[in-house]
Design a protein around this ligand. Structure first.
Ligand SMILES: [Zn+2]
Length: 194
């Protein structure tokens, strides 16, 4: 966590989720209960319940729920850190980065750069290098062409190494057939290659 817990809590306390929600969707108050038209699924009648006092939401239609930070992450497609910064600005809370956080982030950026270069390098080698011929032959025998290299590379790079998304998953590498999919994931290569 890049920011101290108490600052994050202060941002949370000073953020009115009902107000936040009303900026992007229709909110209906009746007494103490607040219902909103859910921005996460298609609906006309509000089924998203907002607990303004606790800063929590829950949708009875699609099951999405969370706090003010989750709300910003989901509605603006940002990560947790960005959601904290965004709401801090909005609430007028000054954030101080924890010692070492900037350094950790710098190291992370460096690792992303190095990994990106490695992915490019090995992708190119797999497609062109003479000594990768047996690997190419193996992939062709399994029904994969050169496109799959680009596809995997793009997926890896676009994920920015697990920044927000779930960890890389072999999906998209596979042929249509489910049995085949299983065999690709779980079985060692049938023809050993060097
Ligand atoms: Zn919903």
């Amino acid at each position: 966590m890049a920011y101290p817990r108490d600052e994050i809590d202060r941002v949370r306390e000073r953020t009115d989720l009902v107000e936040l929600a009303s900026e992007i969707t229709k909110v209906k108050r009746s007494g103490r209960s607040v219902m909103a038209v859910c921005p996460f699924h298609q609906e006309k009648t509000p089924s998203l319940s907002i607990d303004g006092a606790r800063g929590l939401y829950h949708c009875f239609g699609c099951g999405k729920s969370g706090d003010v930070f989750r709300w910003v992450q989901e509605t603006q497609s940002v990560d947790f850190r960005d959601s904290v910064e965004l709401l801090a600005r909005r609430a007028g809370v000054t954030l101080t980065e924890e010692p070492g956080a900037a350094q950790r982030r710098g190291r992370r950026e460096e690792l992303i750069k190095v990994t990106t270069a490695a992915v490019e390098f090995y992708g190119k080698r797999l497609k062109k290098a003479d000594d990768a011929a047996s690997a190419r032959r193996y992939l062709r025998n399994r029904g994969y062409d050169a496109d799959v290299v680009d596809k995997v590379r793009d997926r890896l790079l676009s994920r920015r190494l697990g920044r927000v998304d779930p960890p890389p998953h072999p999906q998209g590498l596979h042929r249509e057939d489910a049995d085949d999919r299983r065999s690709v994931v779980t079985q060692p290569p049938r023809t050993p290659h060097r």
